[in-house]
Structures are given as structure tokens and as C-alpha cells.
Design a protein around this ligand. Structure first.
Ligand SMILES: [Zn+2]
Length: 424
């Protein structure tokens, strides 16, 4: 008897939905708590706490609806054979516009176009509601409806330009086959990711945001001094106009080898009235670099990609797998999609593991900033970011263990303090 792949996948998806919804309920209860956690009393103002609570609860309610609709759609698509139906229709479409419908590349591109239109349409009501109702209500949204749609259209244009060559390359590689297929696929993705890392900041990011060099002044000097004292190859130091879309704030580091850039959100600079706080946040970011966290993450992603392609090459010719999902033929892209679905359980475990590692990296980067003497500035910087972003103050331990890539503020402050006592 053939293994019921499709039923197993849908069953597992629903199981995960139930589990994650249970965690959401636990977290929702934490949002409802009327008081701050002990350690944040007197640190976070009552006004900010009240606002963060209202914001978190609104987001949480919306999340319940969104997740429910998603699980209905995702399992419906698999159970009712929508994927093979769209595959068949896209083949007919290719034929009707006079192209060779036996050509797998055209067929796949038509299929992907269909998928993209579908996901754009189904996502739209949710992203509109999230941006123009929830974010707006809590004072975060700064973008106009025009900017919102312009971003979507730019995104679509970019996928129309980049998608076809990538899809063509992958299909061609798989069709050439051979015993080292997984290595070829991985090598292709590796090169592609290096190319994208190079092109993204120069060609793509500027389509959406304006990047201006941080003007000369104390802040710039302090950051440059910090970078050079750590031998960080800082090539560019930018401010990005995050404020045109949202008043959420952030900072990040980007680039590889000896070509790094640091990008500060203009909102971060506005919200941290004290420059030292911004420098402390950068010290934390540079900690990630100095402690090789960026390198470890990159290597981890490479290993996972290789394992995924390895798994895919094992099942890519499995009649049982394709037939279980309603396919008579075995197109490359469909094989990849189906394989992706069958490893959902593994993916959840991997994500959980990655979050664990990421949280320990965050503690290490905080400790690094502290060692450089930024403990107090980092402390007040983190508190300010938490307040300005109205991040959740009360967190359920199960929920945060499962979902959080960053430790909750309470834990980060506690760790900063604990390390402080040991030093004195
Ligand atoms: Zn970090």
C-alpha cells in the first residue's frame, strides 16, 4: 500500500496549528496581565505599559483570525487537489498563448505566476488591516496607501525579473541530474546567495528606502572609533528612512568578508535621545560579528540547504509522493514543493533549535557590549527600544521558548545586571 503522504502532511499541519494556537492562548493571557513583571516596575512607565498591552492584544486577536484562515486555506489546497489543478491549468495557459506546453520551464513559470497572484490576493486584506488599522491605531503606521501599493508592485516587478532565471537554472540543473545533484544545487544556491548579498544593498534595498551616509558629528565619530578599535571593516555607515513607513526602530549590520555596512534607522536615532545608547546598540551588533555569530548562522544555513537538497534528491522520482498529492507527472518545482511539505515536522524542530541558539547569541552579544563598558547605555537603550516599539512586557515562558529569537527584555536586563555584580 502506498504511504498516504498528503494525509500525513495535512494531519501534521493541523496538529501544529492546534499546538501553536495553544501557545498563542497562553501568550494572550500573559498580554492581559494588568501588572508589569517585577523587574520592569519603575523601569517602564505606566503609560507605555498600558499602550504596549493594548497594542499586543490587538495584534494577538488579529493573529488568531489570520492563523485560522491560513490553516483552512493551506489544508484545503492540499485536500481538494488545488495544486495539481493549478498545474494543469497553467499548462493549458502556456499552450493557449502559443508556447510549447511540453516545456517544463514555461509551464513552471506560468504555475508560479498563478501562485503569486493567488498569494498576493489572499494576503492583501490581512496586510492592509495590519498596516492601516492595527499599526495606524497604535501610532506606528507612517505610510500612505499609495506607498503601500507601490511597494507591492515593486516587489512583484523584482520577482518577475529575478524569478525566471533562477527557476530556469534550478530546473536545468535537476534535469541534468547525476549522482552529485545535491552538491550542484547547493553550489548554485551558495553562489546565488553571495550574488544577492552583493546586489541587494546596492540595487534592491534603495528601491524601497533612502540610504544616506550618517552625517559627520559625535555619533559618527563614536561609531567609527568603536568599529576601528574592534578592527571591524566598516565600509559604509548609513541612516535609512524607516520613518516613511513605520515608527518602529532598529539597526542592523550587513555584508560579508571585508565589506560591511551598518545601517541605523532614523527612528532609532530620534528615539534614543542619548547618543551613547545608539553606540551601545551598535556595540551589541558588533559583538555578533566579533563572536562569529554571523559566520555560524551562514554556515548553518548552508548545511541546512545542503541537507534539504539531499533529501529532495532521494524522493524526486518517487511515484508514491507525487501521486499522493494528485500529480501524474513529476515536475522539478512540484517535487521541491512536495518535499518541503513532507519535512515540515523537521523544520519546526530546526526552527526551535535555531531560536535556542539565537537567544544564547543575544546574551553573548549583550555581554560583549557590557565588557566594552556599555552596560548602562545598553540597558537604557534596550528599555527605550522596548518602550518605543511597544513590545510585549509580559511573556509566557512556553511561548517565548518556542517563538522568540531574542530573549525577553526582563531576561536580558537580568543578565546584564548579573554579569555586572560578578565584575564588581
Ligand atoms: Zn542581537
Amino acid at each position: 500500500m502506498a504511504f498516504p503522504y498528503m494525509e500525513a502532511v495535512v494531519g501534521f499541519m493541523i496538529l501544529m496549528y492546534v499546538f501553536e494556537t495553544y501557545l498563542d492562548f497562553r501568550q494572550h493571557a500573559a498580554y492581559k496581565l494588568p501588572t508589569l513583571p517585577k523587574t520592569l516596575e519603575g523601569v517602564i512607565s505606566d503609560d507605555k505599559f498600558r499602550k504596549s498591552r493594548a497594542y499586543s492584544l490587538d495584534k494577538s486577536r488579529f493573529h488568531f483570525v489570520h492563523e485560522f484562515v491560513s490553516i483552512l486555506m493551506d489544508s484545503g489546497i492540499l485536500l481538494f487537489g488545488i495544486l495539481p489543478w493549478v498545474w494543469k491549468k497553467s499548462g493549458e495557459f502556456v499552450g493557449s498563448v502559443g508556447l510549447d506546453r511540453e516545456n517544463e520551464i514555461w509551464h513552471t513559470l506560468a504555475f508560479l505566476a498563478g501562485v503569486m497572484i493567488w498569494s498576493q490576493i489572499t494576503d492583501l486584506p490581512f496586510s492592509l488591516y495590519s498596516t492601516f488599522v492595527i499599526e495606524a491605531k497604535h501610532g506606528f503606521n507612517k505610510q500612505t496607501i499609495w506607498l503601500f501599493f507601490r511597494d507591492i508592485i515593486k516587489g512583484i516587478i523584482i520577482s518577475i525579473i529575478l524569478g525566471p532565471p533562477i527557476v530556469t537554472a534550478i530546473i536545468t540543473i535537476v534535469q541534468s541530474g547525476g549522482p552529485y545533484l545535491a552538491i550542484y544545487l547547493w553550489a548554485f544556491m551558495f553562489v546565488l546567495s553571495l550574488v544577492m548579498m552583493t546586489l541587494y544593498p546596492v540595487l534592491i534595498a534603495p528601491l524601497f528606502n533612502k540610504f544616506t551616509p550618517l552625517p559627520d558629528g559625535q555619533l559618527r565619530t563614536k561609531i567609527e572609533n568603536l568599529a576601528s578599535s574592534l578592527k571591524f571593516p566598516l565600509k559604509k555607515l548609513f541612516v535609512v528612512d524607516g520613518s516613511t513607513r513605520s515608527s518602529h526602530s532598529n539597526a542592523y549590520m550587513y555584508g560579508f568578508f571585508n565589506n560591511k555596512r551598518i545601517v541605523l534607522y532614523d527612528t532609532l536615532i530620534q528615539q534614543c535621545k542619548d547618543e551613547e545608547e545608539v553606540v551601545a546598540v551598535i556595540a551589541h551588533e558588533l559583538g555578533h560579528w566579533k563572536l562569529n555569530h554571523t559566520m555560524y548562522s551562514f554556515v548553518a544555513v548552508q548545511i541546512l540547504t545542503f541537507l534539504q537538497f539531499g533529501g529532495y534528491t532521494l524522493v524526486r522520482n518517487s511515484n508514491e509522493l507525487f501521486q499522493s498529492f494528485g500529480f501524474d507527472t513529476q515536475p522539478v518545482l512540484i517535487g521541491l514543493i512536495l518535499f518541503q511539505h513532507t519535512v515540515i515536522p523537521v523544520q519546526h524542530l530546526v526552527n526551535f533549535g535555531l531560536n535556542l541558539v539565537s537567544r544564547s547569541f543575544e546574551f553573548q552579544a549583550d555581554a560583549f557590549a557590557k565588557k566594552l563598558g556599555y552596560a548602562d547605555a545598553l540597558r537604557s537603550g534596550l528599555v527605550k527600544l522596548q518602550e518605543e516599539n511597544l513590545s510585549a512586557m509580559n511573556t509566557d515562558p512556553w511561548y517565548s521558548a518556542y517563538h522568540f529569537s531574542h530573549p525577553p527584555l526582563v531576561e536580558r536586563l537580568a543578565a546584564l545586571d548579573a554579569a555586572g555584580k560578578k565584575d564588581k
